[in-house]
Design a protein around this ligand. Structure first.
Ligand SMILES: C[S@@+](CC[C@H](N)C(=O)[O-])C[C@H]1O[C@@H](n2cnc3c(N)ncnc32)[C@H](O)[C@@H]1O
Length: 254
């Protein structure tokens, strides 16, 4: 990864800093987060905020695939609340909370991260309650390969404007790209955290397969302000080919 050595030096320096500083009061640290937040994380969060601002005018809900402790989902929900306090967009969190598992051959070296990023649905729900976001964030616990098609079958009216794909692996990313795109409105965005990443190749392989069959319907672009997300796919405007939207008939052709 480009600038990896600078990032590693930052991690070593901040570990030493926190050892010297000793335990701090949690909420005091959080309220002064720019003091502690590294450039890499700041850039990633700003890039995600920029994407959320871009989809404010696109109807539909938001999904995060691979939520872990919920930081990105919470960021998205709070940004939506800031800009559109009266909009109906929900944030759907999808995770097993087991961390990485069920590796396929496409995942290559990612299998070395078995169990990494394990989380807790209960802890995430407690954070959602802390911020009174119960009616803005919904948690779908289980394998994305099962929970996403189940949700879409149970809610045929549901459409999306933005999906953040961060499950790192081939299986869940391929499942998202099989089921979600027909429910993404034109102008909607799919963002990928580990596209083109040698350590987690499965995500990029799933994206490549998707683009080879659905490419013309999407415009691919990079994010210039952060290394992650590493790819954004924008669904093109409703054009000559009718876009299949569950519950919404395609425009009449004469
Ligand atoms: C890198 S973490 C996500 C980090 C999170 N997006 C953030 O910004 O803080 C990857 C997450 O994907 C989840 N995950 C991996 N494969 C999954 C699958 N098949 N179904 C559901 N969740 C999965 C893991 O449990 C883990 O929490």
């Amino acid at each position: 990864m480009k600038f990896e050595s600078a990032f590693r030096r930052h991690l070593i320096r901040r570990a030493a800093y926190s050892r010297d500083l000793g335990p701090q009061e949690l909420w005091s640290v959080i309220d002064q987060w720019p003091l502690y937040c590294g450039q890499y994380q700041l850039s990633r969060h700003l890039a995600i905020i920029d994407l959320v601002r871009e989809i404010l005018g696109v109807p539909g809900d938001v999904a995060e695939f691979g939520t872990w402790r919920g930081a990105t989902a919470m960021l998205v929900a709070k940004v939506l609340h800031t800009y559109q306090p009266h909009d109906s967009k929900m944030v759907h969190c999808f995770d097993t909370f087991h961390g990485l598992e069920d590796f396929l051959p496409q995942d290559g070296p990612a299998s070395g991260f078995s169990g990494e990023w394990a989380g807790s649905a209960e802890e995430l729900r407690a954070m959602i309650r802390l911020h009174e976001l119960e009616d803005a964030i919904v948690v779908h616990r289980g394998r994305i390969e099962e929970t996403l098609p189940q949700l879409l079958a149970a809610r045929p009216e549901l459409s999306f404007c933005f999906a953040y794909c961060d499950a790192d692996l081939y299986g869940p990313t391929a499942a998202v790209l099989e089921h979600l795109p027909p429910r993404l409105l034109p102008g909607g965005l799919l963002a990928f955290d580990e596209w083109n990443c040698d350590v987690f190749p499965g995500e990029g392989i799933a994206v490549g397969e998707f683009l080879s069959r659905a490419g013309p319907a999407f415009k691919a672009r990079a994010v210039s302000t952060a290394a992650q997300p590493s790819l954004v796919l924008e669904k093109k405007e409703w054009g000559g080919t009718p876009v299949e939207l569950a519950g919404i008939p395609p425009p009449a052709t004469t």
